[in-house]
Design a binder for this molecule. Sequence first.
Ligand code: ADP
Length: 360
Amino acid sequence: MAEVAYISASRVFPGTNPVRAVDELDLEIGDGEFLVLVGPSGSGKSTALRMIAGLEDIDEGAIRIGGREVTHVPPKSRDIAMVFQSYALYPHMTVAENMGFALRLRKERKDTIREKVAQAAEMLDLSEYLDRKPRELSGGQRQRVAMGRAIVRDPSVFLMDEPLSNLDAKLRVETRANIAALQRRLGTTTVYVTHDQVEAMTMGHRVAVLAEGRLQQVDTPRELYERPANSFVAGFIGSPAMNLRTARLTERGAVLDGHTVPLPRETLSVASERGLDEVTVGMRPESLRLTSPGEDGAELTVELVEELGADALVHTRPTAAESASRLVVRTDGREPPKLGDRVSVVARDPEELHLFDPRT
Ligand code: ADP
């Protein structure tokens, strides 16, 4: 087992317009930690993972695994095992041969290989499929063989690149719980790439959010949710994500759709110390409440109601301004409003509102 560190590490793809796919990444992943790299498509997640694997040059900075600098060490000498989205199984080999392949290359003894493969197969519920070929397996079983191949090598670090993206939604949820449980059992340092923030939040000890090759925030799922560092993270994490609206600040609060949303004095003084007169206000759907249209806020029209069972997501838009953006409110699913209803929205507790600097 080992810790992994990026030290101001960059990967710049050359060309007429060079792409800084990973831009001065500083990140330390602890021994035994499950760290998820998450971000939208093109944010540099795969490149960052491949830098640890040695599949991508490090153009600036360094990578360390287990305290050893590996910046220029070839992939096979890094003691890592990678699980790809495609699984990359050999079609002509059985499950057992696929799983034991790396050990055969390492010239391990036949009975040791058999034992390690049997052990991993047991963990992954694959024991009865060891003699099958990949084409005779379901998608979920193939995914587990790909995991098994990584496990038998007993590496210092697992690297996983969207390993669940070829599974259907139900199986993805099951498998993500299994992978997380397996990782905790093995205690092997794991770096896991996904674009799916729910996957990130449910699996990672910590989650690192990337945008345009830059690290936005690295924190526990709870911290990311409760204290997003900027409006990018706020808009990316949570399902649905936070409502984000630009507002003008006054001495009493933020002016949204012509109505003042009161803010705690402390929040206001922090904003004024930073010289902000315009802010991005972040409001989680569950931090808002519907009221009858009245004094409290602008009149809004219900545009869409998503019934989720226990609760409902109500999408509203200012009645007067067609162009204004929606505000999504989570309400009790038993009595959701109807389409076209006129409502107002108020904050449940001003302490639950977030303010962001619109420049970041
Ligand atoms: P992600 O995994 O978050 O989708 P990638 O790491 O694949 O993002 O890509 C990050 C950026 O680097 C993107 O802008 C992508 O187009 C660019 N990129 C990735 N691989 C290459 C490459 N081999 N050559 C040039 N540009 C690349």
